[in-house]
Design a protein around this ligand. Sequence first.
Ligand SMILES: [Zn+2]
Length: 322
Amino acid sequence: MINNLKFLVCPVCKFELRNTTSKELKCLKCNNKYEIKNEIPILLPPNLEQFKILEAQYHDHEAHHYGEINMINSYYVTFYHQKYLNIINSLNEKSVVLEVGSGDGNDANHITNSELTVIQSDISFQMVRLAKKNKKANSKIIYVVSDAETIPCQDNSIDAIMIVGALHHLPSPINFFKEARRALSPGGLLIIGFEPNSWPYFVFYPFIRFVKKIIRLDRYIKSIHSGVSIGDSETEGFSYSDFKLLLNESNLKLVKIQRIWFLFGFIHTILSIINSKLPSDKKIKIPTFLQKIIIYIDELILSIPIIKNFCWHWTLVAKKNN
Ligand SMILES: [Zn+2]
């Protein structure tokens, strides 16, 4: 049985759901049925696009070593995560936060404000299951498998929506922006964390692919990756003007933009390639003091006009006007 049903609705018609059995929810309006697995409701719309099915399958398969591959606990990553987590942690008590593409729950575990209700959603069931298993924070967490473009929440019901490193995995980011606006309460915040900038996709990644081909790296050492997800292989990142367009079209107002990594982008990319070939006890780590120095230099570089738009990632905070 699912107890926190007041926060979740049918993803298709946004109407109330009822438990029919302990393993099934039913929409009271359109009669769509949704399975409950491991006490996690699977609120995916019927006829999910192939792109999304592939994303879910990839992340189901990668769930067990996702954090390790993405080095999400390195200081140069957590330093930037903390900035938007601070915004979430300072929300009024009783606020409802929805995380879209929550992966293994790493970010939600740093939400220290235990008064918040946090809905963690991901299209991959295995990721949600892992997040549920990894739960550390005290906040009231509701786990759900759902699609970013058909959010299973009522209109105007969410105080903050957070999507971290997942927007570029969506086939249609604008559909997500419009859905987010619908679900947000007036004055509610949309936090887009750690989304890739577009320039490396045209300059640096093709160069890296060329070098890999030349030295035929994969021939000698087997990677622990099972390829990349369809979202990662098809994305070209987001430029500042892409974001302005998305916000404009979804009628959301930009509150804050943060630029992430300059030197660290190069370091991280190369380190990721090397570390993906190494066993977990032999992975290369940069000492924290050195990471702090590089971040300091990066922040200086990213305060220079024009150059600052060559950051590797963006964090944006946008608001739904009253
Ligand atoms: Zn329905």
